[in-house]
Design a protein around this ligand. Structure first.
Ligand code: ADP
Length: 437
């Protein structure tokens, strides 16, 4: 029998025993009266304790737990211990929460916790500043009611958040934010915002600087090149050394002109204001033009083949695509020794529309492949220079590919050859719309 029951039964048994003694020495009636009165007093005692407990329950925070007697004393003392433990735990949780909040407030990034319907559950002070929120007032509000930029709203509805969104204010002096959404828990999302205004400004200055320098260099280079060509063509230039020097000057100025042209092309492509000019690009026709250009560039040193198994066209910029595909073709020619084969392919299949250039050239070791589209990254610097490369061709291709939401894929094996493919999204296929009658 538990201690509780042992102690609880002491009183009724003692009373019963006493009543039996009364009965023994007197009669049944006084014994029954004695038992009844004593039990009523006991009941009153319990009710009093219960009333004290009930009173305490009405405001447990504001008053101490009642003291009580007998078993009530034990029960109230247990309750008191429980409450003390609960208050201590509450204090510890509160302090941990405060520490978390202080850490979140000190974060150099804005943080917003969103539920599955994009309602704000919590945000730190930096996020309040980034999105113009009020942490007190806006909890429970949909973030898209408060931050309404269409690209932001679109980003929140996407399912793939691997790439951050760069959010620019409408005015030049406004913040530029890099935004990333991270899913966690059950349907919860963490919105992280980073102020990249300063980085963007530096990037704009860098871009403007490169564009301006390239532009300024163009005219003097054209003039110098023109004079060098005129001097080379002079019939009375007999000195071999002078002729050789002029020839070298001509080659170097042409290289610089190519470099300046490529830098200007890159600046144009990088310029966010320079929207993609979309039109119908007849891919089979473009392939035929490329083939002719390739043959003349190779000067008969390579074999060419085309595999065109679709007549479909692409919706994109004809001049940009011509430049990108031309760059891939010229690389294939430059990095394939004479006698090699170059195949141009245009294929529209289950895996989408794909343009590719395959060569049987020198190939590329796997460790270089991820870096090929970096500016001035060359596997073999001297070979690139000897063949008139600027080191910017694939950087240009990458930009153009991105502007068409396509992907550049490279498959290569050293000594065997390479295949550079541009995989377009299906939505880039040209759809003929009938003009209204
Ligand atoms: P470059 O003007 O030097 O050719 P690119 O940006 O066009 O610059 O190419 C970067 C580097 O990638 C090249 O220097 C070369 O090492 C490598 N590369 C590009 N295309 C090919 C190819 N078809 N075969 C082998 N290497 C290639």
């Amino acid at each position: 029998m538990s201690d509780f029951w042992r102690r609880a039964l002491v009183f009724p048994f003692s009373l019963l025993l006493l009543s039996l003694v009364v009965w023994l020495f007197s009669s049944a009636l006084p014994a029954a009266v004695f038992f009844g009165v004593a039990m009523s007093l006991r009941l009153f005692f319990h009710l009093r304790n219960l009333a004290a407990f009930d009173k305490w329950l009405t405001d447990p925070e504001g008053q101490a737990v009642p003291e009580g007697y007998d078993q009530w004393e034990d029960a109230f003392s247990q309750l008191n211990k429980l409450i003390k433990r609960y208050r201590l735990e509450q204090k510890q949780h509160l302090s941990a929460l405060q520490q978390m909040e202080q850490a979140a407030a000190a974060l150099p990034e804005g943080v917003v916790i969103l539920d599955e319907a994009n309602r704000i559950e919590w945000c730190n002070p930096l996020a309040e500043r980034h999105f113009g929120l009020d942490g007190g007032r806006d909890i429970g509000q949909q973030i898209t009611y408060l931050a309404r930029q269409p690209e932001f709203v679109r980003y929140l509805t996407m399912s793939n958040f691997t790439e951050p969104l760069v959010l620019r204010g409408r005015h030049r002096e406004e913040l530029v934010l890099s935004i990333k959404l991270i899913a966690y828990g059950a349907n919860k999302r963490l919105l992280i915002s980073r102020d990249i205004t300063h980085l963007e400004r530096i990037e704009t200055i860098r871009r403007d600087f490169v564009a301006n320098v390239s532009h300024e260099l163009r005219t003097p280079l054209t003039v110098v090149n023109g004079f060098v060509e005129t001097l080379c063509d002079m019939p009375n230039l007999e000195n071999d050394m002078a002729r050789r020097a002029l020839q070298l000057m001509g080659e170097q100025t042409s290289r610089m002109e190519n470099l300046v042209d490529d830098l200007l092309t890159l600046s144009r492509l990088e310029n966010a204001q320079n929207a993609l000019h979309e039109e119908k690009v007849d891919m089979p026709e473009l392939m035929r033009i490329l083939l002719e250009e390739g043959r003349s560039l190779s000067g008969g040193k390579h074999r060419f083949r085309t595999e065109i198994d679709s007549e479909e066209s692409i919706n994109g910029s004809a001049s940009e695509l011509r430049s990108a595909l031309g760059n891939l073709l010229s690389n294939a020619i430059r990095y394939t020794p004479p006698g090699g084969e170059i195949v141009l392919r245009w294929h529209v299949g289950a895996d989408g529309p794909v343009f590719s250039v395959q060569d049987s050239g020198i190939g590329i070791a796997p460790e270089h492949i991820p870096r090929l589209t970096e500016r001035f990254y060359r596997v073999d610097r001297s070979r690139s220079r000897e063949t008139g490369g600027t080191g910017l061709g694939l950087a240009i291709v990458k930009h153009i590919v991105n502007r068409h939401q396509a992907v550049l894929e490279v498959a290569s094996e050293e000594g065997k050859g390479s295949t550079f493919s541009i995989r377009f999204p299906d939505k880039r296929l040209w759809v003929e719309t009938k003009s209204p009658m």
